[in-house]
Design a protein around this ligand. Structure first.
Ligand SMILES: [Zn+2]
Length: 305
């Protein structure tokens, strides 16, 4: 029996009396086992707690990240809407430029614009209403589509502008002589017979011998006496545009000459069917007369020019 027990002797320093504690071994083993299990349980709890704490920290970080993402997304949404509004502004501008180009007489006459040329959106997107219902990706796609369309439109405008610049040198856009308009283009009473007749040009008053300037680059296709026109010059500016100068006193160019805008082609006179010195000026497209007034700067140059 005694082999199964353990005796602890405690000696207090303050007295000579000994305390004996007798422990039975099986009891000690049982206690140790329970203590061990309790320790393991505690350790397990500790680990579980630590894990949970870590997970909670991770979750908080996720929540924060999620919030940041939502803010970023909202900002992107707002930015996209602003971009769309900007794009709509550009669309309006592009449409306005198209309108101006379509109204431009020379563009029409020269076929630079027309049914085939002017593009714009193939479909008329009711942008504002569509945007409200779309998600971000669709919004961005729409911005992209519109931007691409505007780019196409502007490329076209650029092309027309470039052709216009080339054209300008060939376009009769200067007053051939400085002076007042004595007789306009259109139906008028004939100064000789009094009958109502079509006047196919512009009569610009000028002193006898005044220099007549080419209003654009050209080739001289005619410079000779021509019945009622008197001494007549016909210039070919290309693209079906010709101009005529009647009643000249004399010529400064001959048939076949290639001349530049501003060159002196002849001098004002009163030859042919004329009541006094003036220049009869015609503008023709494909040999149909146009009102020259529409292609001249608003005011004639001063007589000093
Ligand atoms: Zn005339």
């Amino acid at each position: 029996m005694k082999k199964n027990a353990l005796t602890l002797i405690i000696v207090p320093e303050a007295s000579s009396r000994l305390h004996k504690l007798r422990l039975r071994l099986p009891g000690l083993y049982a206690f140790s086992a329970i203590a061990l299990v309790a320790l393991l349980l505690l350790a397990g709890l500790g680990i579980a707690y630590t894990r949970m704490a870590l997970q909670t920290a991770g979750y908080s970080a996720l929540v924060e990240e999620n919030q940041a993402l939502r803010i970023a997304n909202k900002n992107l949404e707002v930015a996209t809407r602003q971009l769309n509004s900007k794009i709509r502004g550009l669309e309006n501008l592009s449409n306005r430029i198209h309108e101006l180009m379509e109204d431009d007489t020379w563009n029409n006459r020269l076929g630079l614009v027309g049914d085939t040329g002017i593009g714009g959106s193939v479909e008329d997107y009711p942008t504002a209403t569509i945007l409200e219902e779309l998600d971000l990706q669709e919004n961005i796609d729409l911005v992209w589509t519109h931007a691409a369309e505007i780019e196409t439109d502007l490329r076209f405008v650029e092309e027309v502008a470039e052709r216009r610049a080339d054209q300008l040198l060939l376009t009769p856009s200067l007053w051939p002589v400085a002076g007042p308009i004595r007789s306009s283009y259109g139906r008028r009473r004939d100064p000789f017979t009094g009958e109502s007749k079509m006047h196919r040009g512009l009569d610009i008053g000028a002193l006898y011998g005044t220099e007549v300037h080419a209003p654009a680059n050209a080739t001289v296709v005619l410079a000779q006496r021509q019945a009622a026109y008197g001494n007549l010059i016909v210039l070919d500016h290309g693209d079906g545009i010709t101009t005529r100068y009647g009643h000249l006193a004399r010529f400064n160019v001959k048939k076949g000459d290639v001349i530049e805008k501003g060159d002196i082609i002849g001098f004002v006179g009163s030859t042919g069917r004329s009541t006094g010195p003036h220049l009869h000026y015609e503008v023709r497209l494909e040999d149909r007369t146009l009102n020259p007034r529409n292609y001249l700067p608003v005011d004639p140059p001063s007589l000093a020019d």
